[in-house]
Design a protein around this ligand. Structure first.
Ligand SMILES: Cc1cc2nc3c(=O)[nH]c(=O)nc-3n(C[C@H](O)[C@H](O)[C@H](O)COP(=O)(O)O)c2cc1C
Length: 376
């Protein structure tokens, strides 16, 4: 394992980091998809990276997660990695964000590295093939038992979905199609994408209320979460979380990219004319603090999926300590290497005595607003 870590950090990463980040991302997704097709390559990768210690599985909202760490939305936009990710040590994959229509993405460059600051500047603009293509792909892709598939849903990033009504119907179309096709173990509503046409409007209370009013009309029995912005002060964040609870969603992913470039350890790595949000280290403390406040305030009413700046096993433990039930990550895997997943798995196993255990679904979750009010 030590050899693999050294090999990644000393040999592979310096080479990879010489090339355009989006090109490397595309190569890894294409390579990962091919390797996922064969049991030989899955087995080989698994020999190095699959977690093989004591049981760290966890049941949250009725879903058993083999390991409590999943790939966050934004790496596997089109569901191409679901076969290889279990071998890399992930317990699940949050795919997307997928949109009702295909999106070409923002103008390049869509991805830049801030190497000294442990961060990526992300301006993908939801580049994905659309929900129909995604459903077709999932229908023909075998899945390892126990590997959890989340689907992140966002509004199509084009000129046709800029109004509030159009935007809401866009989300509703994707959710309805996913529900009808029975694809995905849980859904995450991405209300906080910082770099799309029409901005971040669904993180505003009135718009969010309308969105959830519509989405909770679509009946299904799967957990549904909201992906939260992390640049809000606590009282504004709480206003949004209150609506998430009111509409019977199961929980929150905390959270999305950081829009504040002053959070970079080396501010000069991202000039003001860069477009996009920051991942990695600049998200770490903002997200952990919000996780802590959310757990303190809402107790067991919300499942919390911690996401943002998990670069080491200690960062992961910090998020569990703050009250996260599950974790997701991207940037840590890119900067530190895939062995990070195994490191987190072992740290989790050592610390299970104080980490929150299984979390049952709360009464009324998934029932939509009316039923929740009836229960009060
Ligand atoms: C290349 C890239 C694309 C992303 N795209 C999405 C997206 O489509 N939907 C979403 O909810 N989050 C997206 N994110 C945000 C991540 O899911 C995550 O919230 C953020 O990167 C913080 O986690 P990290 O520090 O472990 O990377 C993206 C992140 C990256 C790096």
């Amino acid at each position: 394992m030590v050899i693999m870590k050294t090999l990644y950090k000393r040999a592979l990463k310096p080479i990879l980091f010489k090339f355009d980040p989006e090109l490397i991302h595309d190569v890894f997704v294409a390579g990962g998809e091919i390797m996922g097709r064969f049991s030989l390559t899955r087995g080989l990768i698994g020999t190095f990276y699959r977690y093989n210690g004591p049981d760290i599985s966890k049941t949250v909202d009725g879903i058993r997660h083999h390991t409590p760490i999943a790939l966050a939305a934004g790496f596997d936009y089109n569901g191409r990695l679901t076969r290889i990710l279990p071998s890399v040590g992930f317990g699940g994959d949050e795919i997307g964000s997928v949109t009702a229509r295909p999106c070409a993405g923002n103008d390049p460059p869509r991805l830049r590295r801030c190497i000294k600051s442990g961060s990526l500047v992300v301006s993908k603009g939801l580049k994905n093939e659309g929900v129909d293509a995604f459903i077709r792909k999932m229908k023909r892709t075998p899945r390892e038992p126990g590997f959890v598939l989340g689907v992140s849903i966002a509004r199509t990033n084009d000129d046709k979905a800029v109004g509030l009504e159009e935007g809401i119907e866009d989300y509703a179309t994707s959710l309805r199609k996913l529900v009808e096709a029975n694809v995905g173990d849980f859904y995450t509503i991405n209300i906080s994408c910082p770099n799309v046409h029409g901005g971040e409007s669904f993180a505003e209370p009135a718009a969010l209320q309308q969105l959830l009013e519509r989405l909770t009309e679509i009946r299904h029995d799967k957990p549904m979460y909201a992906k939260m912005p992390i640049n809000l002060p606590w009282d504004e964040f709480r206003e949004i979380a209150d609506i998430v609870v009111e509409y019977g969603l199961d929980g929150v992913v905390i959270g999305n990219l950081n829009k504040n470039y002053d959070s970079l350890r080396h501010r000069d790595e991202a000039p003001a004319d860069y477009a996009g949000g920051l991942s990695g280290e600049p998200c770490r403390d903002l997200s952990t603090d919000l996780i802590r406040h959310t757990r303190d305030h809402y107790g067991d009413d919300l499942t919390i999926i911690g996401c943002g700046g998990v670069m080491t096993a200690e960062d992961a433990m910090e998020k569990f300590r703050a009250g996260a039930d599950l974790l997701q990550l991207i940037t840590g895997m890119i900067f530190e290497g895939p062995h990070l997943l195994k490191d987190i798995g072992h740290a989790y196993a050592r610390n299970q005595s104080w980490i929150r255990g299984d979390k049952p679904r709360r009464a009324g979750a998934g029932a939509g607003r009316q039923k929740v009010l009836e229960l009060v």
